[in-house]
Design a protein around this ligand. Sequence first.
Ligand SMILES: Nc1ncnc2c1ncn2[C@@H]1O[C@H](COP(=O)(O)OP(=O)(O)OP(=O)(O)O)[C@@H](O)[C@H]1O
Ligand SMILES: [Mg+2]
Length: 268
Amino acid sequence: MPDKPDIRSPTRIAISNQKGGVAKTTDAINIAGALAARGQRVLLWDADPQGYLTMGVGFDDAYTADAPNQYTALKQPGSHDVGDLILTHDEFDIVPANIDMFQLEQELVSAMRGRERVSQLLADVEGYDFVIMDCPPSLGHLTDNALLACENIVIPAEAEDTSIRALDILFNQIDTLEENFDETTITEQAIVVSNIDYPLDGEQKSMLEWFDDTFGDYIPIYEFRNRAAVKRAFNDGVSIFGSDEECDQEDELLQLADHLIENRGEMV
Ligand SMILES: Nc1ncnc2c1ncn2[C@@H]1O[C@H](COP(=O)(O)OP(=O)(O)OP(=O)(O)O)[C@@H](O)[C@H]1O
Ligand SMILES: [Mg+2]
């Protein structure tokens, strides 16, 4: 295992793609699980008002809880301590989403520093090596908040033609944020081609080549295959690393985790 670099803790990574159903939540919990399996202290943050991650790990009550919750914290970051929101899980800690966060897209548009609320909350977070943030399937203020707070992105994408346009839109948004926020650089740490079915059909094969040709020289690409064991683990509220069942995708995810750990020193 690589030595822990002597750098500011924690390293923050947004798991983001505005396209729906591309395995953001599944990848987020399993990347968090892989990092935890490597001995990293991980805070898994549900930034999606849909709350699938929160409910997946069994925190249904937190999703509908009254204040203080993630909604009230993002409304008034100055009067909240993130520590009060954090819940404990066997593999990692969790900041649960709250159903009221659906209102935030509207409310943050006219708010002061409406894209910097998550950054403000994260400023006080200590005691973790990584924060992994599951983003919503949209390019609104919540996703902007996550990208600006993390400045690192792991992009789940499917091996489908539609991913070409989705990534184009996502990279444009990253450029726009970098132009509008001085000294902000959002770095693509990895692409995870997710939920792949073998044997590959023609579209999947040509898309894997496209990912490699287009990004292979500067963004590491990982393949996370479709496995019933992944779904079963999620339904049990754990990653494949927290499950008793063996899953042949562990190696690929551990390689991704090792890449993130080794690159911590270069990440903001
Ligand atoms: N490696 C995998 N093996 C099996 N099923 C998977 C895998 N990855 C994703 N899935 C399934 O694909 C579906 C979509 O995944 P997920 O909910 O993680 O996507 P998402 O991008 O978070 O969706 P949304 O855009 O709604 O937030 C889910 O039913 C999930 O169980
Ligand atoms: Mg999701």
